[in-house]
Ligand binder design. Structure first.
Ligand SMILES: Nc1ncnc2c1ncn2[C@@H]1O[C@H](COP(=O)(O)OP(=O)(O)OP(=O)(O)O)[C@@H](O)[C@H]1O
Length: 230
């Protein structure tokens, strides 16, 4: 059983003459511990696919199984529960809570978990240390650089300790050096066994991943394992 299984997935936005077919006939299996990039032109359906994989949206047709569980017919509450347990997100714009501290942002996924405040703090500090930003703990995230913000975003994803991390253009707002450092971090996480799926338009970013899926007009046109994994 694959971790992620998509069978004949179709996604249509809108109705009748105003409808857009964003994904069509998507068949895809992703195993535990894979490091995948999704590439394709603007409007090709990359974010739609990531949103479906991340249980943020459901397909119009087809079957999505995550860890063997059929996702299609779940309600918002059930989807949110699965997301919380299984999936973390990292976005191009970092999606941090502005004017909150680094600590508050990173601790966010632990909010609903049954843990003592002490255990929560230890976990947050552990990951901040791992990323070399423990000294920023109390700092307001609005005052951080782009590279620091993306480290906070990845710390938040790590704290959740989910099997899957999804990233939508995570290096888009970073300069080359910070982008490369960020991809090195993702490589480390993959070595630790995380399944990572990254949307990117940047071949240099895709080069860090071990499998490249290309989408054009909502359809997968290529899916190949990289010969030279980073
Ligand atoms: N909420 C929505 N309502 C209507 N149409 C949408 C919606 N979201 C996406 N679309 C359409 O679906 C298609 C796929 O969009 P999607 O955002 O998945 O592409 P993308 O490859 O991620 O693009 P980009 O690289 O520009 O972010 C596009 O034609 C887009 O206009």
């Amino acid at each position: 059983m694959a971790l992620i299984e998509l069978h004949n997935i179709k996604k249509v936005y809108g109705k009748a003459e105003y409808s857009t077919v964003a994904l069509n006939n998507i068949n895809l299996c992703i195993e535990k511990g894979e490091f995948v990039s999704i590439m394709g032109p603007s409007g090709s359906g990359k974010s739609t696919l990531l949103n479906i994989i991340g249980c943020m949206d459901i397909p119009s047709e087809g079957e999505y199984r995550l860890n063997g569980q059929l996702i299609n017919q779940l309600n918002d509450q059930q989807l949110s529960k699965i997301r919380n347990k299984t999936i973390s997100f990292v976005f191009q714009n970092f999606a941090l809570m502005q004017n909150f501290s680094v600590y508050d942002n990173v601790a966010l996924p632990l909010f609903k978990r049954k843990m003592s405040a002490k255990d929560k703090k230890e976990k947050v500090v552990y990951y901040l240390q791992k990323l070399g930003i423990a000294d920023l703990l109390k700092k307001n995230v609005s005052l951080l650089s782009g590279g620091q913000k993306q480290r906070v975003a990845i710390a938040r994803a790590m704290v959740a300790e989910t099997d899957i991390i999804l990233a939508d253009e995570p290096t888009g707002a970073l300069d080359q050096k910070n982008g490369a450092q960020f991809m090195e971090l993702l490589c480390q996480l993959n070595e630790e066994g995380k399944c990572l799926i990254v949307i990117t338009h940047d071949e240099n970013v895709a080069r860090y991943t071990k499998r490249i899926i290309r989408i054009v007009d909502g359809t997968i046109t290529a899916d190949r394992k990289a010969e030279m994994a980073q």
